[in-house]
Design a protein around this ligand. Structure first.
Ligand code: HEC
Ligand code: HEC
Length: 213
């Protein structure tokens, strides 16, 4: 009986994910009021855009997405494009968009430098940290391969390098202050520009499905 029940819930979960992926909510495709459609910048597939620094949203935990929208609203995080949208949308629309993007698999992004020395340097920092400068390994919190530990630690693998750089710089400069217990501020303050560039390049080379490309 228990087995049957478990099977049923797995099937229901799979169906829910499939339905959500097949039918994006109207906030994603059409927007609402003054808020442009999420898909116009983040894509209907949640891939974002490396050139314009629009982050990939696919596969971010649902509560991480709603937290970020609340943070743009409250001002602990700010961006000229995203802040007005976060302020304009309803809690229901934020939830619907979050549920949808969380259900999608993150597409592979294109690394920009491709320089193996830069990538290897980034990998070393992500895996081993730099203890001489009090930098813990990124994967200590973001899990092996940067796959994330929901709901608090987002996946960082497969994200656009340009976006990862901008966020690490924002924490370093004190522009982004929404991290719980200043976990990211503490890390970013001790990163050099070289660290930031190389770790962002490395993370962009990773796929997110168990790190297969
Ligand atoms: C005009 C372009 C644009 C539109 C439309 C847009 N966004 Fe964004 N969004 C951005 C940019 C740019 C950022 C990066 C902000 C930063 O650098 O801090 C962002 C960041 C985000 C983040 C943070 C992602 C992360 O990894 O922390 C979330 C969540 C998000 N957007 C959700 C949405 C949702 C939901 C919608 C639709 C209601 C939407 N966005 C519509 C441009 C846009
Ligand atoms: C002590 C734990 C911890 C360590 C170590 C850590 N992080 Fe984080 N990181 C976090 C938390 C918590 C968040 C979520 C912040 C929030 O809620 O906005 C985060 C968020 C991020 C984000 C934002 C993702 C997004 O979608 O906006 C990036 C990028 C990031 N971390 C990169 C790194 C890198 C690179 C390293 C290693 C140099 C690292 N982190 C090490 C805890 C950590």
């Amino acid at each position: 009986m228990r087995v049957i029940k478990n099977c049923t819930s797995v099937i229901i979960m799979a169906m829910t994910a499939a339905t959500a992926a097949a039918a994006p909510p109207s906030i994603v495709t059409k927007g609402s009021g003054t808020a442009a459609a999420c898909a116009s910048c983040h894509g209907v597939d949640g891939a974002g855009n490396a050139q314009t620094r629009f982050p990939a949203l696919a596969q971010l935990p649902q509560t991480y997405i709603t937290k970020q929208i609340a943070d743009f609203k409250s001002g602990t995080r700010s961006n000229p494009l995203m802040t007005p949208i976060a302020k304009a949308i309803s809690t229901e629309d934020a939830k619907a968009a979050a549920r949808y993007y969380a259900s999608l698999a993150r597409p592979q992004t294109q690394p920009t430098s491709g320089d193996p020395i830069v990538v290897a340097r980034g990998e070393n920092l992500a895996v081993n940290g730099a203890w001489d400068r009090q930098v813990p390994p990124c994967f200590k919190c973001h899990a092996a391969g940067g796959l994330g530990v929901p709901p608090v630690f987002p996946p960082i693998a497969g994200q656009h390098a340009s976006y990862t750089v901008s966020q690490l710089q924002a924490w370093k400069s004190g522009a982004r202050t929404n991290d719980p217990q200043k976990l990211m501020t503490t890390v970013a303050k001790n990163l050099t520009d070289d660290d930031i560039h190389s770790v962002a390049e490395y993370l962009a080379t990773l796929g997110i499905q168990g790190n297969k490309k």
